[in-house]
Design a binder for this molecule. Structure first.
Ligand code: ATR
Length: 271
């Protein structure tokens, strides 16, 4: 039985053991997946102990994504762009780090929600790790333009400078948002504190999808704002969470699980 785990602190709300348990059952893989709440000052020791005992791979969540990134022996491209990793895999005797959040998000939108991305205009609010991970997958999916809006404009500009050679990327403050967008995403942590964002209503004109990367927070202030401004469809981050897990599972086990029943089991109605 191969061992996997999610590391974080706190971990009381983690859905990862449920998700990977479902994937393992579906695919008949002989594996065990547990939740390990490492002490805040003891992440690296806990990870080393897990792999020394024969562990094959881990997911990493708050607050250890940068520590996981730094302790790895090698980093794949998406992780390198983010500067943070949510997945490690033992390859031979090396720990390799990856970040599947961005690819999971884009797959959820394009495949599960069925929203075509080619040529679309995309607004992403926030310029933290989640946005860092999402921009390259959006550009790879052929979107026409990504506009990153952030309170601290310099953080949005840094992402634009890093990835702007892959497509059309611009960086603005909220007062610099101009025109309307096919997709509007909230990648800030504002939903967690219940705060709204100063996105002008005109940004949502013709919006086919408003997506809040948060999961399990119901109809967040951002989604309420999008709905009031006429966004055609609202989504939270449940599909992103399950899709990034599926990408990790595929990397670890070389089998792509069926995400639809897992997403259905975890979906919380937005109203
Ligand atoms: P993550 O790695 O999860 O993306 P992060 O790196 O902590 O999280 O980034 C949080 C993002 O939420 C940032 O873009 C932050 O804006 P600043 O860079 O200006 O700090 C944004 N954010 C958090 N609270 C916010 C609020 N009340 N209004 C607007 N933006 C907010």
């Amino acid at each position: 039985t191969d061992r996997y785990a999610v590391f974080g602190n706190p971990l009381s709300h983690t859905k990862s053991p449920f998700i990977h348990g479902e994937f393992a059952r579906q695919t008949g893989e002989d594996m065990r997946y547990e939740a390990i709440e490492a002490p805040l000052d003891g992440f690296e020791a806990a990870v080393r102990a897990f792999f020394d005992a024969g562990g094959k791979g881990i997911n990493v969540t708050v607050p250890f994504k940068v520590d996981a990134h730094d302790l790895a022996d090698a980093r794949r491209e998406a992780a390198a762009i983010c500067g943070a990793s949510n997945c490690l895999k033992l390859e031979g005797d090396r720990l390799v780090a990856e970040n599947f959040d961005g690819v999971g998000l884009v797959r959820d939108i394009a495949v599960n929600l069925g929203v075509p991305l080619a040529g679309k205009r995309v607004l992403i609010a926030g310029a933290g790790g989640a946005t860092r991970g999402a921009v390259a997958p959006f550009l790879a999916a052929g979107v026409g333009e990504v506009v990153i809006a952030n309170r601290t404009v310099a953080k949005a500009e840094a992402i634009r400078d890093l990835l702007g050679d892959r497509g059309t990327v611009s960086a603005v403050g909220y007062d610099g948002i101009e025109g309307s967008f096919d997709l509007v995403l909230n990648s800030t942590s504002a939903s967690l504190s219940g705060a709204a964002l100063p996105i002008p209503a005109s940004a949502f004109a013709g919006c086919v999808l408003a997506y809040d990367l948060a999961y399990g927070k119901g109809k967040t202030p951002f989604l309420q704002q999008a709905e009031a401004a006429g966004a055609a469809q609202l989504a939270d981050g449940v599909g992103m969470l399950v899709e990034q897990a599926a990408e990790a599972f595929l990397w670890w086990r070389d089998k792509r699980p069926d995400t639809a029943p897992v997403i259905a089991a975890m979906t919380v109605p937005l109203d």
